[in-house]
Design a protein around this ligand. Structure first.
Ligand code: KG4
Ligand code: ZN
Length: 333
């Protein structure tokens, strides 16, 4: 493999997945490996930060070795190592950053610090070019919910964001209330299919700008459950999902009206939801806009999206101190 084409080694450790991938400039994923910590954290109903850091330490080098070995790639094939510098859990970020810096130093390969959110925003172009520009992107993850306009691969401006919780966090918290375990998103989504959306939960900030708010909705579900023992959990899940989807899709519609675009791109962990995917498809058909979705594997956290975003940083000549940043907005690059 040595010398055929330059590759970026993408390393992602911002939360509870140790993920590494080799990606070329066009977004072709040459090799990828992910060590999930979901089982480790499920006992706690959420991510236990200290355990996450320790698990990253155990997994990071074997994961890098697997990815490099599977592809038959050696350090001279690398154009750069791209690593998430934030936002995320400080200890988890430090494991990825220290590993990347150590490998970069030893191998003589440059290291680029990547904004995790930029990774998600680029994930729809992994494996094949899907995004038509200008694009409106809805990013829905465990840590973030935002709308961004993209006029080109690295050209991104924020147009709306959550004022409090992310939608993924609301999914996870409601799942915990219903005793569905962690991560809750997939479980809520599955249960919602079997229920009826008979409860009308609030639709926060609906029709009021492009920002989001999910903490009130989460509390409304909590109060409803306390006041209504015996309500079928599937109906609560279906009603909660209906409220989330109405808000998300109506904000997309408003954003596309304000900023006409060729495509709507939906990325981030919650974009793995079949219900959200179906609702986005319906909206795009109605508006005559192309819908671009990353394959399921690249919707949740992964190393490939960090690798692809690294190519943007290289092209734009942007570099940052290789230090962890727990809160990093979209606009902090
Ligand atoms: O992007 P991601 O992997 O990590 C962050 O950057 O936060 O997103 C994780 C979030 C979690 O809240 C998880 O419950 C949610 O994505 N999620 C889903 C699904 N798969 C993951 N939510 C709804 N339906 C799914 N199928
Ligand atoms: Zn993420």
């Amino acid at each position: 493999m040595t010398g055929t084409r330059p590759l970026v080694l993408g390393i992602e450790t911002s939360c509870d997945d140790t993920a590494v991938a080799l990606v070329d400039k066009d977004g072709t994923v040459v090799s990828a490996c992910l060590a999930s910590q979901a089982a480790l954290h499920s006992t706690y109903g959420g991510v236990y930060p200290e355990l996450a850091s320790r698990a990253h330490i155990d997994k990071i080098l074997p994961t890098v070795q697997t990815v490099m070995g599977d592809a038959g790639v050696s350090p001279p094939d690398l154009r750069a190592i791209g690593v998430t510098r934030g936002p995320g859990l400080i200890g988890s970020l430090m494991v990825g950053l220290n590993t990347a810096c150590g490998l970069g130093h030893g191998w003589g390969v440059p290291v680029v610090g990547v904004n995790h959110l930029r990774g998600h925003l680029r994930s729809a172009d992994l494996e094949e070019r899907r995004v038509s520009y200008p694009a409106m992107v809805l990013l829905v993850s465990g840590g973030h919910t935002l709308l961004a306009r993209m006029t080109g691969p690295g050209e991104i401006s924020l147009v709306g964001a959550t004022l409090d919780d992310s939608v993924g966090e609301a999914y996870d918290k409601v799942a915990r209330m219903l005793g569905l375990g962690y991560p809750g998103g997939p479980a809520i989504d599955k249960l919602a299919f079997t229920g009826s959306p008979s409860v009308h939960f609030p639709r926060p900030l609906l029709g009021r700008g492009l920002d989001f708010s999910f903490s009130g909705l989460k509390s409304a579900v909590e109060r409803y459950l306390a006041a209504t023992p015996g309500i079928p959990p599937a109906d609560v899940a279906a009603s909660f999902v209906a409220a989330c989807l109405e808000v998300l899709l109506s904000k997309c519609r408003d954003a596309l009206r304000q900023f006409p675009a060729a495509s709507l791109v939906v990325v981030g962990g919650v974009a793995a939801s079949p219900q959200l995917r179906a609702a986005a498809k319906e909206l795009c058909e109605d508006l005559g806009v192309e819908l671009c979705l990353p394959p399921l594997r690249w919707s949740t956290d992964n190393g490939a999206m960090i690798g692809l975003a690294t190519w943007d940083y290289l092209a734009l000549g942007i570099s940052h101190p290789l230090e962890p940043v727990t809160t990093l907005s979209m606009e902090d690059f």
